[in-house]
Design a protein around this ligand. Structure first.
Ligand SMILES: Cc1cc2nc3c(=O)[nH]c(=O)nc-3n(C[C@H](O)[C@H](O)[C@H](O)COP(=O)(O)OP(=O)(O)OC[C@H]3O[C@@H](n4cnc5c(N)ncnc54)[C@H](O)[C@@H]3O)c2cc1C
Length: 391
């Protein structure tokens, strides 16, 4: 097969892998997505979508599908988990849309994944191969050969590693150790909205910020579901604990916090646990005909709610650069990396900082109040403009 006829291989069919498959297919490229799971589907809970990613949805033809299941909250609200006082609020209504040109939304992760998957399936030049766990790759002249755990190998014109935090493609390319364990753990749950007492329901994204903890809640799927996330620092994990946590530990970590926080926590019987990790930013994640995308390139803590949004931005930029480079894949991958790495570095570092602000105690808690309370919407918008103005 001539090199120009070979597909671009994508390791990983998560949000980032599917988004880049779609972006490339819309430019006429053939793509093969290699996904380790038996199905192309997402597990997990809610995901927040900043206005920066809505522009990407427009470019990818996804806006209608996203809008059909997303919820458009009224405000982003931070409350103090101990006193209950409102620390700050970012209104997401008309003023926000006028400022950033696009809305802010929350969506059930499987709905987002399905919307991209449905769009990908409309392109016959994208091949979706499930149950393929990528183990490594070899560059052979103008081709890349990808090896998988089941012994099969795949030949492509290029390889995009979109295989997430524990990326095999990254491990081979950069030869680093494991991701950085933050010592923070998230429990997530999605429950039917009727199970949430009326006095606790809200159309806002509400974050209850407590010492070394926070709880976030917001509605999902046109309001039919309710998303709950709790995050806490865990010394037990830092000593090597990596199994499911127990609700008893949760009660202990949130002891003394507002009744609303405790009531939300008591509604969930089965929490799903995520151990939160990231990496220090790097400036090089492309080499020859191989590059990285999404969490494989720039894994971040979730405190800015932007990891998925960044993966989708990556996808659009990468497809644009490949088209502009007219066949020079290595040059395209370097140009893509150059265009992306400072923005994603800033998001990675700011996410860590936001974690400190959310989990503040004592003096930092007082500073949080001083810095954030009393801001006008305009001042709040200016604080996030570098991110939400988009690319
Ligand atoms: C608690 C929490 C809350 C979050 N909230 C938000 C939010 O509100 N907004 C937001 O934008 N982001 C959020 N994120 C971040 C977001 O989930 C990630 O940044 C996003 O999923 C990254 O997408 P990805 O496709 O790069 O990687 P992943 O979603 O990890 O997908 C990687 C895919 O590759 C597959 N895979 C892995 N290894 C292999 C292999 N060897 N071979 C083949 N396939 C492989 C996996 O099965 C998976 O399908 C949150 C994350 C967490 C943990």
């Amino acid at each position: 097969m001539a090199n120009s006829e070979l597909p671009i291989l994508v390791a990983g069919g998560g949000i980032g892998g599917l988004a880049v498959a779609l972006a490339l297919a819309r430019k006429g490229r053939s793509v093969q997505v290699l996904e380790s799971s038996a199905d192309f589907r997402e597990v997990g809970a809610g995901i927040q979508l900043g206005p920066n990613v809505f522009r990407m949805f427009e470019l990818l033809g996804l806006t209608g599908a996203i809008n059909a299941s997303a919820v458009f909250p009224g405000n982003l609200v931070m409350r103090d988990g101990l006193s209950g006082e409102e620390v700050t609020r970012i209104p997401l209504g008309a003023e926000f849309r006028a400022r950033f040109k696009y809305p802010y939304a929350v969506i059930h992760r499987p709905d987002l994944h399905q919307a991209i998957l449905d769009a990908v399936r409309r392109h016959p030049q994208v091949r979706l191969s499930a149950s393929v766990k990528v183990t490594g790759f070899e560059e052979a002249g103008e081709r890349v050969v990808v090896m998988s755990e089941n012994g099969a190998s795949y030949e492509g014109a290029a390889l995009i590693g979109a295989d997430g935090l524990w990326s095999k493609v990254r491990a081979q390319m950069l030869g680093e150790g494991k991701p950085r364990v933050s010592g923070h753990i998230a429990y997530r749950a999605v429950i039917p909205t009727p199970e949430v007492p009326a006095h606790l329901r809200s159309n806002d994204v509400v974050l209850w910020a407590g010492p070394k903890t926070h709880l976030v809640h917001y509605p999902l799927r046109r309001g039919e579901l309710y998303n709950l996330v709790v995050v806490f620092h865990s010394n037990r994990y830092e000593e090597g604990w990596d199994t499911y946590g127990d609700p008893e530990e949760l009660r202990e970590r949130f002891r003394g916090q507002r009744p609303e926080v405790l009531e939300f926590m008591s509604m969930v019987n089965a929490w799903k646990m995520w151990v939160l990790c990231d990496r220090d930013p790097v400036s090089q994640w492309s080499r020859g005909r191989v590059t990285l995308l999404g969490d494989a390139a720039h894994p971040m803590l979730q405190y800015l709610a932007q990891g998925g949004c960044m993966a989708i931005e990556d996808a659009v930029v990468l497809a644009d650069q490949l088209q502009a480079a007219k066949g020079d894949v290595a040059a395209a991958f370097l140009a893509y990396q150059r265009e992306r790495y400072l923005r994603t570095t800033r998001v990675q570092l700011t996410a860590r900082f936001y974690g400190d602000i959310y989990h503040a105690a004592d003096a930092v808690r007082d500073l949080r109040r001083q810095l954030l309370s009393g801001r006008t919407p305009e001042q709040a918008y200016n604080g996030v403009a570098w991110l939400y103005d988009g690319i």
